[in-house]
Ligand binder design. Structure first.
Ligand SMILES: Cc1cc2nc3c(=O)[nH]c(=O)nc-3n(C[C@H](O)[C@H](O)[C@H](O)COP(=O)(O)O)c2cc1C
Length: 192
């Protein structure tokens, strides 16, 4: 049995540190897990009219359907995000909102979630991570307790090949991913 993990990167920037961290994290999953980045770049800005059948001239975008189906088919989701103006980047909030509707079929519901935040500064995206937890708090998503992963001064964490340059950080991330994988295995989302 393979467990599918959707990895969502909260940055659209080509050289994003979050994306590099996510790619490193993907390699740390144990055997039996398949983690891959689910792109959020092309998701149209959330508009509830799309989820309102009475609004006939705004049909549900195929990108919404595809994203929701991908998340619903996942066994876990790992968010890797920077911080914009003390909260999560708009692209990530957009994805959270799209996955949160319709109310009768919420893609996030009960899905185990891991969160890694980073910042080029000292705070490691603390406020971003806390805001992401707040945004997800309605969906009963199991998350690992400790440690929380705030990666600070991210440019110094990544080497020229895109790998994590410090062994201690690799070990820290490995421990977190192992705990998250364990959570995915032990707290699976109930399937209908
Ligand atoms: C619009 C904007 C707002 C930002 N706000 C914050 C912030 O509140 N806290 C912080 O630590 N860094 C902030 N930054 C700096 C980001 O941490 C930095 O650009 C980082 O490289 C973005 O992550 P990425 O490399 O994954 O794209 C901000 C950057 C932008 C472009």
């Amino acid at each position: 049995m393979t467990r599918n993990i959707s990895v969502i990167v909260g940055s659209l920037r080509r050289a994003s540190y979050a994306r590099k961290i996510a790619l490193n994290a993907i390699d740390l999953f144990p055997a039996g897990y398949q983690a891959r980045i689910v792109e959020i770049r092309d998701l149209p800005l959330y508009d509830f009219d799309y989820d309102t059948p009475e609004v006939a001239d705004k049909p549900l975008p195929g990108e919404y359907t595809g994203f929701r189906e991908t998340i619903k088919a996942s066994d876990g989701v790992l968010f890797v995000t920077p911080e914009n103006n003390r909260t999560i980047p708009a692209c990530l909030k957009n994805a959270v909102d799209i996955g949160s509707k319709p109310n009768a079929d919420v893609a996030w519901k009960n899905l185990p979630a891991g969160i890694i935040s980073h910042s080029v500064g000292r705070m490691g995206g603390y406020s971003s991570q806390k805001n992401l937890r707040l945004a997800l708090s309605y969906f009963d998503m199991p998350t690992p307790g400790q440690p929380e992963v705030f990666l600070s001064r991210s440019p110094g964490l990544i080497d020229e090949e895109g790998g994590i340059s410090q062994e201690s950080t690799v070990g820290f991330l490995q421990d977190y991913i192992s705990r998250f994988a364990e959570l995915v295995a032990t707290r699976p989302r109930p399937r209908p």
